[in-house]
Design a protein around this ligand. Structure first.
Ligand code: ZN
Length: 100
């Protein structure tokens, strides 16, 4: 195992906006970032090589129907290949869980 370095930043992107697919609007819409947590890290394998990753968590509001959701964007250097940049984008939508 190499040396691991990780850093966490709070609300670095607060107030900015992003275009994300919205399930209410059924298209990509502008979302305002209310709160954000950005983490990034790397593990130094040797002098030439490191494994890197980043996670961005955001509470976002769609500027269409004003729906608030939770977004998670991940990037991992080891997932990269010629047809994928190594990033995944997830939006957690409200779902009823207290129904019997
Ligand atoms: Zn929307």
């Amino acid at each position: 195992m190499g040396r691991i370095e990780e850093k966490i930043e709070e609300n670095k992107t607060k107030g900015k906006s992003l275009k994300i697919q919205c399930s209410e609007c059924n298209r990509k819409t502008r979302h305002l970032i209310f709160q954000s947590i950005d983490t990034s890290g790397s593990e130094l394998i040797d002098q030439q090589y490191s494994v890197d990753w980043a996670n961005h968590y955001q509470i976002v509001q769609c500027q269409g129907y004003e729906t608030i959701s939770f977004g998670h964007f991940n990037w991992f250097s080891e997932y990269q290949d010629f047809d994928w940049d190594g990033s995944t984008e997830r939006l957690y939508l409200n779902r009823l869980i207290n129904e019997d």
